[in-house]
Design a protein around this ligand. Sequence first.
Ligand code: BES
Ligand code: ZN
Ligand code: ZN
Length: 463
Amino acid sequence: MKIELVNDLACEVSVLYFDKASLEASEKSEILGRAGFKAEQDSLCFLYESGILACGVEKFDAESIRSVTSLAIRSLKSSTFSAAKFHVDENSLVAIIEGIVLGGYEFNKYKSKTEPSKLEDIYLACESIESLQEQFQNALIVAEATNFTRDIVNSIPYELNPPSLAKLAKELAKENHLACEILGHAELKKEKMGALLAVGRASEHESKLIHLTYKPKNPKKVVTLVGKGLTYDSGGLSLKPATSMVTMKMDKAGACAVLGIIKAVSEMKLDVEVHAFIGAVENMIGGNAYKPDDVLTSRSGTTIEVRNTDAEGRLVLADVLDYAQEKVQADYLFDFATLTGACMIALGQYTTGIMGHSNMLKHSLFDAAQESGELVGSLPFNRHLKKLLKSDIADISNTASKPYGGAITAGLFLDKFIKDENKEKWLHFDIAGSAYTEAPWDCNVYGATGAGVRLMSSFLRAL
Ligand code: BES
Ligand code: ZN
Ligand code: ZN
């Protein structure tokens, strides 16, 4: 499917947006009214004969337009038309592109038969191509990077394991001219990453640490991104119940988001130096698995009592965060992780949980969320919850002693591995709920959503 920014042209189908007021005022109101169209949000009315696809919106804001465009594109893709036209201006352009590219996303890698869509050309008709060109290009780059992230997250654990994720990162680096360094078992041992290595010990796949760098000529800022890359989380010996294990291929979504972000940033050629660090590990069972009761020595020297092997993401991140802080003196340090089921209980399944010490930084992320259309919510740290991570045998326990506030206690565990000089530069993003969906919502379809990519792209563009 080709998407082009054009001056107005004749086309088989025109997609038109209406709220209640504009429907009433429209010359099409009678014919659409007869077809039962009331311009309710997310309602569609396809007038095949007149070549009109009417879309209902509550108001003409990005969220409403993106949402109904996602439905419109699916309807167009299953029609017999080969081309469709959307009218765009500077206010609607990004939302319409997101609706088309993200809402029209399909993941058919494992289907033996798929019906190819007849829809080939999408025209975005505008008054002045020139004034929208940059916005158009960037929106396409970010939406396609989001789908790149979705593709990796959706890939199955048989195929997508730590070594193959490292290979994929290497290919991305080659294509986008990024520096790439990959640490295998021997190097990780030399780095004394006792926590990361313990998690991956029972897997048949070697654990990897991936470091990609995008370095423009005169960067305005340096940003470090860290991603949880659990290519499968069985829970380990604290085995997950059967129904909770399904979907745990998505436990690598933090890592995949970080790859999508660095892809988008390098393609938009932003003046920001970006480092992506990924801990790629598989959490499995076996005779050599790490155990509840083990005490691990992390790279930073902090010892960790393992009370639950399913709280593995924080162990991997502890070592990768420590390594990343030593390698790069960044202005910002962000980690992305499908870290806790508790985050979904706190904020619902659509919202990314943000934790950290700097209220100012959190506020800039709220702004980026608003602009990008991703949903975020803040979860506050406090000293009382921190006490719950006390261990009687080691420096810290990997699980809290009380079940409440589990997303926050996980964030506080990570905080233990953030150096004092970086406390105000760091934010933790828990994407456990927002990274994956089993029912469509907004511009998301079944499976991975690519959470984090649009959010960070907006934040980094604003720097
Ligand atoms: N990967 C999971 C968190 C998760 C759960 C992500 C559901 C997406 C959907 C994580 O490793 C985990 O298992 N966390 C435990 C922590 C607990 C043992 C302290 C959890 O959330 O139950
Ligand atoms: Zn787990
Ligand atoms: Zn996990």
